[in-house]
Ligand binder design. Structure first.
Ligand code: UDX
Length: 471
């Protein structure tokens, strides 16, 4: 099938590359020329395991193209994905100006052949209808331009109605198709989804979307092709949009719940790791997303939970549980400082080393990373902050990191520190030479912000170990 993906951020690029990989003809459109040039050379502008390889193969087999030409992309695609960013505004509301510009742009280039326009971006509930309206507005502008040029060329005497019909009404349906990709596993998640959600009342659109996803639904590219086919939830536009928010809000709340339990564990002397194991075995609870620590960050949970709170508020409902989940999450970032104060007493003049900076492992993403808050708080208290991160230390990214000295390896990080704090659960942090690192530190203290390290091994290496909610 012919596909156009507009916006080559995490969601757009992964979607475009994976759809090309399963055999569709994909044109990816982005207005950033530098980025387009990079992708045309087979390079991925984001760090995502497996992505560069599938982009290169798709370029070689001529299944994917990258361009800044929106008109060309729109005319190519039977299915057009809107996959541009919807960042959070300071008040928590989603900033939908990029979606708006793209929807108008699609309308401005629509021709008479039927198209499916897919909202892949996480858009506020009700956006499907709004996008339809914007496309029609964009189309009306196109028609006005055509009419003006016909009038200019042919004089005002001709029958305007006849000339208007030279640009017939476009035929299209809008579909909400939220993504559930985790950064760091985005390619894997695309080929191995738990479900695919399609929201639209247009039967033709749903049939085309089912055809598009057939190779993934049939698990032709799955890690385990023997699994039953992927469930497809076909529903209305608003419910599909809500599914995305509710899924992220639920997972974020689940983490805040276990973090609250961890804070109580710390006071009563229980170990939240044991508690999480014990409750997670109840199949009604499930064991995933019960890892207590410094809480959630990234580009999705904080933005989507705030947007849902904001939407509820717009409709006269106070989302108390979601607000509490956000508050618990903010508090988790303060807990690290409290724990450092308990151990080191005065933080002014001390040196603290952070193991990890990104909001989670296997990504280079620092958006709403707990590390940024923690660095800010430590800097305010006059603490010298150093950090080592397997990706950030390599790439030399420094945005938002002006108050921190980024070291090139874990031992240089440990050198001269009064305490280390594990911020990100990168698996290589389990293999470090902690005995050697302890000898380089003033006082070997480890605040394990993810309850990720082996407590006994750390203690044997000479560290004083402090977890989150471990009594
Ligand atoms: C999330 C959703 O999982 C995905 O379905 C959605 O499409 C986008 O948002 P992502 O932000 O990539 O994906 O990361 P995820 O792996 O879900 O982790 C989110 C945050 O929660 C991270 O900061 C992680 O460290 C934290 N987390 C996760 C915990 O603190 N404890 C846990 O048990 C799990």
């Amino acid at each position: 099938m012919r596909v156009c993906v507009i916006g080559t951020g995490y969601v757009g690029l992964v979607t475009g590359a994976c759809l090309a990989h399963v055999g569709h003809h994909v044109i990816c459109v982005d207005n950033n020329e530098e980025k387009v040039k990079l992708m045309q050379m087979g390079q991925s502008p984001i760090f995502e395991p497996g992505l560069s390889d599938i982009i290169k193969t798709a370029i070689e087999s001529e299944k994917i193209e990258f361009t800044t030409d929106l008109a060309g992309g729109v005319s190519h695609g039977q299915i057009l994905f809107i996959a541009v960013g919807t960042p959070a505004l300071p008040n928590g509301e989603s900033d939908t100006r990029y979606v708006e510009a793209v929807a108008r742009g699609i309308g401005a280039h629509l021709t008479s052949d039927y198209k499916v326009i897919v909202n892949k971006s996480t858009v506020p509930i009700g956006s499907g209808d709004w996008v339809r309206m914007l496309i029609m507005e964009g189309f009306a502008e196109q028609r006005a331009t055509v009419n003006a040029s016909v009038l200019a060329g042919g004089g005002a005497t001709e029958d305007l109605v006849t000339r208007k019909s030279s640009l017939p009404e476009p035929e299209f349906d809008v579909v909400s198709n939220p993504e559930f990709l985790r950064e760091g596993c985005a390619v894997y998640d695309t080929f191995n989804p738990d479900r695919i959600v399609l929201g639209s009342t247009g039967t033709k659109a749903i049939a085309l979307m089912q055809e598009l996803y057939a190779p993934i639904v049939d698990r032709r590219y799955a890690a385990d092709p023997a699994l039953p086919s992927v469930p497809v939830v076909v529903t209305d536009l608003s419910s599909a949009e809500m599914i995305k928010y509710a899924a992220n809000a639920f997972l974020a709340t689940k983490i805040s719940f276990i973090n609250e339990v961890a804070n109580i564990c710390d006071r009563v002397g229980a170990d939240v790791v044991e508690v999480a194991k014990g409750i997670g075995l109840d199949s009604r609870v499930g064991s995933k997303f019960l890892q207590a620590g410094i809480g959630w960050g990234g580009s999705c949970f904080p933005k989507d939970v705030s947007a849902l709170i904001h939407t509820a508020d717009d409709y006269g409902y106070e989302a108390q549980l979601l607000k509490a989940a956000v508050n618990v999450n903010q508090h988790q970032r303060v807990i690290v400082i409290e724990k450092l104060q308990q151990v080191l007493k005065i933080l002014k003049g001390k040196t603290v080393g952070l193991l990890g900076l990104t909001f989670k492992p296997d990504t280079d993403d620092l958006r709403d990373a707990p590390a940024l808050n923690i660095i800010e708080q430590l800097a305010r208290l006059g603490t010298k902050v150093k950090a080592y991160d397997p990706i950030v230390s390599q790439t030399g990214m420094r945005h938002g990191l002006s108050d921190v000295l980024v070291e090139t390896d874990p031992e240089r990080l440990a050198d001269g520190c009064d305490a280390l704090v594990l911020i990100t659960d990168w698996k290589q942090f389990r293999q470090l030479d902690y005995a050697k690192m302890a000898t380089l530190m003033h006082a070997p203290v480890m605040i394990d912000g993810r309850n990720f390290l082996d407590r006994k091994a750390l203690e044997q290496a000479g560290f004083r170990y402090v977890g989150v909610g471990r009594g």
